[in-house]
Design a protein around this ligand. Structure first.
Ligand code: NAI
Length: 733
């Protein structure tokens, strides 16, 4: 066996240590499953084996789940449609259930010693063991996170977890994909025993020797589902409420969530072996949906590839960051200093005067305190992290920095001045990154004596929470500088996408039209409630009006006036922009001033309400929307973003569909069910998308007009992943 090391002790207990060769973390491949089958057969057939303990031979985890790529034969994407494809998918997918079940029914007691992270297929294997011991390791967690990549637990998890902890708790855990620490897992009943880290195997063996029961609870005659199954009065309530709740959260956008409900509801009413088949059938159906395919690609494969530096040019040694300076200790600069310190980077945080610099450091201290109070950092580690930050107005302390990140006011002259001031203290090899959100990088680079080393490093607010960083190439930025910027972003545990210089770069350029479409609808007489509800139903985190409040209305007014200035006569005003400007003049700046499109009550827990004054600006005339109209509104809000992304490809602003998809979801919460902004177009089909855009251009205006690139792709029957995906995929594989 390649993937498990076995050792039969004097008591007849077969210890099986999961240890996939050449990998830092265990995952279930075809080979690992075959080994597990061999273990189950040995346990069944060899009389001297009295029991089995499964544990991990890795120091950093038990098992991270199934290796989808390997299980589905190198092509994770299920080909074809219809019953034949479903059957083929079923046959592959059922292997995991068949083998786990073989172990569960081998006739000998099987205990698992969870000595690290056990997620997805890792926890599912544990649930198929008769006894579960978990070690109290600092990084140990268990959970079924499949829903986050568009599928649901398909290795028995959807059937065993409800039978172990009850339907309500299991549905909640699986539909949110949450992970649990050892203490929580014990409290919920997911595991039977919690022991000191390192004592797991010993405890598992003790159970086998003293109690060892080789029959799973659901294989016993008197088994009852904790809290009641679908036909139990309390159990049926869970399904009625659960259905409504899931609908409210996901608006029916996620087939995985719906299929999970089906699998649990139907599976709990039949004997266990039939239940496993029901699970695999719904699991296979889910795998075949465009949503699951796109979500797996984006959240699993593309994220992994980008995390390994897929956009990084080859041939440059990895940069170690001994010290990084941040210019400007305001909202963004302080956030950047915090994430740097959390990544262990010595940070010089500079502002105009000591007081402003200290204010930024205080913000970092507050964020660190939160981590300490949540138990994520010890007080000593928190202090050591804070000590990495030096707050000062003294530019000479920049000396020795490998990188400077500039986050002073959005003003070209000021940015030029601080660039020069900083470069006076920098080594020739150091990189200068600007966090500007609107000014072209090539223009800012003119102030630099070394434009090759000048690059855009664009964070999103709030920096500590938002995972995306756009890296913007100026005309003269060198590949070496790009490699260093990517090393930096990966070091601070963010996700970099690489874009070329253009107004608003990629993320804001695509996001702004979403909010603008909200204004169009408002001016057309749609009631604000319909606009934001339809917005949320697209799968965006919030509707366009509430999103504008969150971003800040004054900022949007600034953006529109600057766009108007830059575009001159070509500028097409957005209906409603004057009304928003008037709201700003009246002090309605959005959430930050507790009033904007909505009124925000003082108590944070109370719900916001639409500002009644909105109807004085535009009298709402459309107060109801039937399903067909809602679909049209959703289309307007999503397609206007997607067509902008297509224009970004045409202009060469972005070149990798994986980065566009990942960037859209991490940057502005673009409907995650779609797998991202480009996957949405590919799933619709470019030709159909173009036809719809033509119709919408005639109905609503040129902002929907398809670029020539889309027409070319439609004529050739191409997809974005087909046309642009090949460029970089080989490198990241
Ligand atoms: P802010 O107003 O909170 O902070 C700017 C800081 O720069 C202030 O603390 C100010 O005292 C300091 N500063 C001014 N002159 C200085 C000098 N000569 N030397 C050192 N520090 C100086 O602004 P914010 O929001 O942090 O924005 C900073 C930059 O980040 C801008 O370029 C902005 O466009 C960009 N950005 C902002 C985002 C946002 O959501 N606020 C998002 C992404 C980028």
């Amino acid at each position: 066996m390649d993937n498990f090391k076995t050792d039969l002790d004097a008591d007849g207990i077969l210890l099986c240590s999961f240890d996939v060769p050449g990998k830092t973390m265990n995952t279930f491949t075809k080979g690992a499953l075959a080994d597990l089958e061999a273990i189950a057969n040995r346990a069944k057939n060899e009389a001297e084996i009295k029991g089995v303990v499964i544990t991990s031979g890795k120091s950093n985890g038990f098992c991270a789940g199934a290796d989808l790529d390997d299980l589905f034969g190198g092509g994770w994407e299920v080909e074809g449609e219809g019953e034949a494809a479903l059957k083929a998918t079923f046959d592959v997918a059922f292997e995991m259930n068949r083998i786990y079940r073989l172990l569960e029914t081998c006739g000998k007691p099987v205990a698992v010693a969870i000595n690290g992270l056990a997620l997805g297929g890792g926890l599912e294997l544990s649930l198929a063991c008769h006894y579960r011991v978990i070690g109290n390791g600092p990084k140990t967690q268990v959970g079924l996170p499949e829903i986050k990549i568009g599928i649901f637990p398909g290795g028995g998890g959807s059937q065993r977890l409800p039978r172990v902890i009850g339907v309500q708790a299991a549905l909640l855990a699986m539909s949110e994909g949450k992970s649990f620490k050892p203490q929580e897992a014990l409290g919920m009943g997911i595991v039977h025993e919690l022991v000191e880290a390192g004592k797991e195997v010993e405890a598992a063996k003790t159970w086998i020797k003293t109690k060892g029961d080789p029959v799973a609870p659901w294989d016993k005659k008197d088994f009852k589902i904790p809290g009641g199954g679908p036909y139990h009065p309390a159990g049926s309530q869970v399904f009625i409420m659960g259905n409504a709740l899931l609908r409210k959260q996901s608006y029916g956008n996620y087939p995985a969530v719906i299929n999970l409900m089906h699998a649990v509801y139907e599976g709990l009413q039949v004997p266990f072996d039939t239940a496993l088949k029901i699970e695999t059938r719904y699991f296979s159906k889910t795998l075949m949906t465009p949503q699951a395919k796109a979500m797996m690609r984006t959240f699993f494969f593309s994220m992994q590839a980008i995390g390994k530096g897929s956009g990084r040019p080859d041939g440059y040694a990895k940069t170690e960051f001994k010290q990084v300076a941040v210019l400007g200790a305001g909202m963004m600069g302080a956030g950047i200093a915090y994430v740097q310190a959390m990544a262990g980077i010595k940070t010089v945080l500079i502002d105009r005067d000591q007081e402003s610099a200290d204010k930024g450091k205080t913000h970092c201290a507050d964020l660190i305190k939160k981590q300490v109070s949540r138990g994520k950092l010890t007080p000593e580690a928190g202090q050591a992290t804070l000590d990495l930050i030096t707050a000062t107005p003294d530019y000479s302390l920049i000396a020795g920095s490998d990188l400077v990140v500039e986050a002073v006011f959005e003003n070209s002259e000021l940015k030029a001045t601080v660039t020069k001031a900083a470069e006076a203290h920098l080594a020739d090899t150091a990189v200068f990154g600007s966090n500007t959100s609107t000014i072209p990088i090539s223009d800012l680079a003119k102030a630099s004596a070394r434009p090759k080393n000048y690059i855009g490093i664009h964070f999103f607010s709030p920096v500590d929470k938002m995972m995306l960083v756009e890296i913007i190439m100026g005309k003269e930025t060198s590949d070496e500088t790009l490699a260093k910027a990517i090393d930096y972003v990966l070091k601070i545990k963010k996700t970099p996408i690489v874009v070329n210089d253009s107004r608003y770069f990629f993320a804001n350029r695509c996001f702004i039209p979403f909010t603008a479409e909200g204004l169009h609808l408002w001016a057309e007489g749609y009631s604000p409630a319909i606009i934001d509800n339809a917005g949320r139903m697209t799968g965006m985190p919030r509707g366009p009006l509430e999103m504008m409040d969150d971003v800040a209305l004054d900022l949007l007014v600034k953006i529109t006036s600057e766009t108007a200035k830059a575009e001159g006569d070509a500028y097409v005003p957005i209906p409603g922009e004057k009304e928003v400007a008037a709201m700003v003049a009246d002090g309605r700046l959005g959430r930050k001033s507790n009033k904007g499109f909505y009124d925000y009550p003082a108590e944070k827990t109370a719900t916001k309400t639409l500002w009644p004054g909105l109807s004085e600006k535009f009298q709402p005339t459309i107060l109801e929307a039937d399903p067909a109209l809602v679909e049209e509104l959703k289309k307007r809000m999503l397609y206007v973003q997607a067509v902008t992304a297509a224009r970004c490809f045409e202009d060469g602003v972005i070149t990798d569909p994986r980065e566009a998809d990942v960037g859209s979801i991490l940057g502005w919460g673009f409907a995650p069910w779609s797998g991202g902004i480009v996957s949405l177009i590919d799933a619709i089909g470019v030709a159909k998308f173009v036809a719809e855009l033509d119709r919408m251009t005639a109905a609503y205006g040129d902002r929907f007009a398809p670029p020539q690139l889309l027409r070319d792709m439609a004529a050739k029957g191409e997809t974005f992943y087909g046309r642009f995906g090949k460029v970089k995929t080989d490198k990241a594989a």
